[in-house]
Design a protein around this ligand. Structure first.
Ligand code: SAM
Length: 271
């Protein structure tokens, strides 16, 4: 019979199993801490330091928060914890008072978590959406969705995901920014490797969101005309793309990137 566990554990080591259970139940702590660190602008501050280690006090000074000593202590704790997840690099020195003084520097993953340029090309918008309160709400209905045979979004909001997004502008904007940021990363790589767009006159992106993917493809293939096909409330948020009109005879390729079923199924229950 096949093994389906990702990690093989010694079945006789009860202490290791106990620690495994503990680490599983604390799994939300790192993403939630990182969300706060992104929102506080600390990732962007560390990136701006360009590899130089920065103390919590220096980071807090940039934020101008009203209780800097308390804020610095909290920032130190959050970053020290995130250093154990290789998000930042921690350096410790003994200060003149004999106490440890820590400083922090960005690691390569920080580039993917920046909010600079509106988070374009970063996973920060996706991070914000996944952990947003309104999106997290659906996770609380996972059990009911299984027992009742509906989706968690239907349980939480009484309708499927895309209907809910149509009636909730804040969530819709968050969702579209998350999709755009993620698609920019994928499409950049796609355009480096994929040659299938060559010779295509017209391209229809089915479920193309706010058109990030199509804009990138048509920017590289100047003779191509793109059609971004999505729901009206999504198209309303999509900036116009300058492009070429199609002639009378053309070949059209229909494609989708970041498709909903594939994208969500492994880890997101709320569709
Ligand atoms: C996972 S998102 C992908 C977004 C987009 N491909 C991107 O990369 O940013 C799925 C998209 O399908 C759209 N969608 C869902 N149902 C649709 C329908 N019936 N007709 C057109 N688009 C739809 C959603 O509005 C959403 O933008």
């Amino acid at each position: 019979m096949g093994q389906t566990t990702a990690v093989s554990h010694d079945t006789t080591d009860d202490e290791a199993a106990c620690m495994h259970a503990l680490s599983l139940l604390s799994g939300f702590v790192a993403p939630m801490t990182l969300k706060a660190v992104i929102e506080l602008g600390l990732i962007d501050e560390l990136l701006a330091a360009d590899g130089q280690a920065v103390t919590p006090e220096e980071l807090v000074a940039a934020g101008r928060w009203p209780r800097p000593a308390e804020a610095a202590a909290a920032v130190d704790r959050m970053l020290r914890f995130l250093a154990t997840h290789s998000v930042v690099r921690c350096t410790t020195e003994v200060g003149p008072d004999g106490k440890d003084r820590r400083s922090y520097a960005a690691t390569p993953v920080c580039k993917w978590l920046t909010t600079r340029n509106g988070g374009q090309g970063s996973m920060a918008p996706l991070w914000m959406m996944n952990l947003d309160k309104a999106f997290m709400e659906t996770w609380y209905y996972m059990k009911d969705a299984v027992t009742e045979g509906v989706t968690p979004t239907e349980k939480a909001y009484g309708m499927p995901l895309f209907e809910h997004l149509e009636s909730n502008e804040a969530s819709s904007v968050l969702f579209n920014q998350a999709m755009g940021g993620h698609s920019e990363i994928i499409t950049k790589k796609l355009l480096e490797r994929y040659r299938g767009f060559e010779g295509i006159d017209g391209l229809v992106d089915v479920g193309g969101g706010t058109g990030v993917t199509l804009r990138m493809i048509t920017a590289q293939h100047k003779d191509m005309r793109g059609v971004n096909y999505d729901l009206p409330h999504v198209i309303a948020q999509a900036p116009p793309i300058q492009g070429k009109l199609l002639g009378e005879s053309y070949t059209v390729c229909i494609f989708t990137i970041n498709p909903t079923p594939l994208w969500w199924m492994p880890h997101i229950p709320f569709c």
